[in-house]
Ligand binder design. Sequence first.
Ligand code: ATP
Length: 457
Amino acid sequence: MPTEAQRVTDNRGAADRGLMERLVSLCKRRGFIFPSSEVYGGLASAWDYGPLGVALKNRLRDLWWREMTQLHDNIVGLDASILMHPQVWQASGHVDHFTDPLVDCRNCKSRFRADQVDIAGPCPTCGKTELTDPRQFNMMFRTHLGPVEGGGTEIYLRPETAQGAYVNFKSVQQSSRLKVPFGIAQVGKAFRNEITTKSFIFRTCEFEQMELQYFVHPDDADRWFEHWRERRFDYYQQLGIRAAKLRLRPHADDERAHYARAAEDIEYEFPFGWQELEGIHNRGDYDLTQHMTVSGKDLSYLNEETKERYVPYVVETAVGLTRTVLVALLDGYAEDEVEGESRTVLRLHPRVAPITVGVFPLVKKDGLAELARDIEEELRESFATFYDQGGAIGRRYRRQDEIGTPFCVTVDYESKDDDTVTIRYRDSTEQERVPRSELVAKVRAAMVEYARPEEGD
Ligand code: ATP
């Protein structure tokens, strides 16, 4: 449950742009995230997820999927295609309404979202007062289906995954024999021709969304809106995100999307201020009604018991997977001191960290490397592991700290004699000797019991 302090609407918090630069550099150096097509000089706002980045992203996706489908018997999954019939976007309102107000600088040609600059003031890039009047710019990417440009059908790359759930509403409901209330969960790519892409992976033109469309009786929509708002807010704290960095912000009347009856954002305090992480919306019956009207197909629902026929309302929870990756990285990033040396550590929740256990032999010789390998192979059945035998042990710990590995297991001479190993905890750097046979249970318990240490922001 959000506290009162977490429901404020002011803009708390100091900017820490240096943090963003340090994080971008760490992500590149350690293989989380690279600029796209870098050998050609990169492509603005496009990023590639490297070995650790894809592992982190997949974990966040799988945790969301578990939370939103596995833990419910009335929520099912869907994977709709990115390319959809163009009338979908006519019906949804995206062709007419999915626009941002755009201003250009007449002098340096920079483009800005009119709601993000002072349009009467100087150009933020070149400093001249040469901005054009705002004009509406549709953010959908257009392309052609068929080999001949102009001869085929003009289609769009989907700007949100939600419409896939609406047009499949009846197929999903009937094939799965679901009764309202029920939900359709979906994870997938979405594309928006954003005017300003900035702040690393915060806002990109190609991104991934994780969305739930929860179909309810109109009379119950307010209750379900509150339910999902609270549940989604709590979820981020379960992921280990610091409570002080999260808040709920209701949309003002003039801010709500054309389809929304109620909307509230879960915001995170990024280094550049409070910004949306997830949106919770009561979309009413807007989408299903629109698709009924434009397609001519009946998308109403019949309650078999009461014989009431109605168009369900939709309560939607919509979050960016790639934006969640940024939140996990920013929130986890810390610099502290261990034995007089400064270290960088990612305090990721063990369920989120790309690697759960690092395994090292103290030295390579005398059979320690073989024993450590054997232990690592046993552990990999249960956890994501990483074996490292290179360099001083302290350096190996630091390398794992920096990528967020919560546990490291070290095999030393004693291990050969009594079958015990040392387990070292990332946050406290404390070490504990445990029998090899108890290692799996020990790591499992530590994952369940994990609590991030208290610290100043
Ligand atoms: P914004 O106001 O930031 O443009 P929005 O309100 O249009 O976002 P929604 O349409 O509600 O966003 O999308 C749901 C979620 O998808 C957002 O909360 C965000 O996490 C994510 N998202 C939206 N646009 C982008 C983007 N360009 N890049 C990365 N994630 C995005």
